[in-house]
Design a protein around this ligand. Structure first.
Ligand code: IMP
Length: 179
């Protein structure tokens, strides 16, 4: 598997260290606000990061998962296909949405709108990675693990054709794999 990786961009140790920092910050911020979020992971990419960061959130959180995909050519906000919906209502709740990467920003904008449509009172976003150069929609995560350059990465949840999600680091995929 390693022979498809050009170089490691973020190591496992760095991800764990940063998750601790973010978890501490998130705990302090919600404690100040006096609310406890429902932590929602977007399947499947957020799973390893959610599993890491939740250990460092010192609040009585609940977790839930959602799987959405965009309709082909969908332009309007909130217009996503729900493949797996949340188990519980989020009406009036504070949500902390966990993502693997913010790229164009389309997914997050649509999912955030969807959560507000379901009656969420507040939606904050934590993303392991941010590729700001690729943004086409003006949206930013409230908490970001690492800002990365415009390169296709895999590992720690991120895939290429559903593979390499299990790599314990973020690596740049060799272009020969997808060219
Ligand atoms: P956005 O809607 O363009 O922000 O896309 C976000 C989604 O695209 C992420 O949740 C990933 O599934 C996928 N994605 C974006 N960049 C990469 C990458 O470099 N590697 C793997 N998946 C990516």
């Amino acid at each position: 598997m390693i022979d498809v990786i050009d170089r490691i961009l973020v190591s496992e140790e760095e991800i764990v260290r940063r998750s601790k920092e973010l978890g501490k910050q998130i705990s302090e911020d919600y404690r100040k606000k006096g609310t406890t979020p429902i932590v929602i992971g977007l399947l499947k990419g957020s799973v390893p990061f959610l599993a890491e960061i939740m250990k460092h959130i010192d609040l009585d959180i609940e977790i839930d998962f959602m799987d959405v995909s965009s309709y082909d050519g969908a332009e309007s906000v909130g217009d996503v296909k729900i493949n797996k919906d949340l188990d519980k209502s989020v009406k009036g709740e504070s949500i902390l949405l966990v993502e693997d990467i913010v790229d164009t920003g389309r997914t997050l904008k649509e999912v955030r709108q969807l959560l507000f449509n379901k009656g969420a009172a507040d939606v904050k976003i934590v993303s392991l990675l941010d590729k700001p150069d690729r943004r086409v929609i003006e949206i930013n995560a409230d908490y970001v693990g690492f800002e990365i350059p415009n390169e296709f990465v895999v590992g720690y949840g991120l895939d290429y054709n559903q593979k390499y999600r299990n790599l314990p680091y973020i690596g740049v995929l060799k272009p020969s794999v997808y060219e």
